[in-house]
Design a protein around this ligand. Sequence first.
Ligand SMILES: [Zn+2]
Length: 223
Amino acid sequence: MRGNMQGTYRNTLAEKLMSDSCCGKTIDVRALQARQRRVLVIVLVINAATFLMMVAAALQSGSSSLLSGGLDNFGDALTYALSLAVVGASGQAKARVALFKGALILAAAIAVALQIAWQLTHPGVPLFETIGIAALINLAANLVCLRLLNPYRSGDVNMTSAWECSRNDVGEGVAVLFAAIGVWWFEAAWPDLVIAAVLLLMFLRSARRVLGSAWRELQIVTH
Ligand SMILES: [Zn+2]
């Protein structure tokens, strides 16, 4: 009896953790209406453009938090693109695509970790003006995505997960803005590095969860 209850508890805990993980979940586009798909395409384009903008600004300013924040936009754009690409594919093909996505995300995360390590060993204050402007553009882009997804926040489970993801992105956007304010206030690099490390850890946590479920799915469909 006790073991049974523990098992049930573990299941609901797993469900709760799954629902908390927002970004990175493959979206079942087949279940969506044309208008919902169109919204996903727009959100995908915004995320891809913001990712490129953040990488460029990160290189120009020497900011790790911009690169770390851009990592999430990269993951989101990839998720939407692959979700739209695998419509109607078999379960095995979908799981393979999910693993491929996981590998790309992990490679990008390693690049960000290396950049943080580089900044730690090569001290210098990043340009807070660039971080601030890029952070504001990023935040505005995230708010536009949230507004676009807002009408679909309840109803279809796929759109709800996209909305939850977008809501978390707004929080991350605010964090990057705090990095800019911190660098300006303290005239030091550490606020940028702290925010970068926190964002990277959060990102890795959800990436691990997404990869784990893709791996399990692949095990199920191949056996
Ligand atoms: Zn996201």
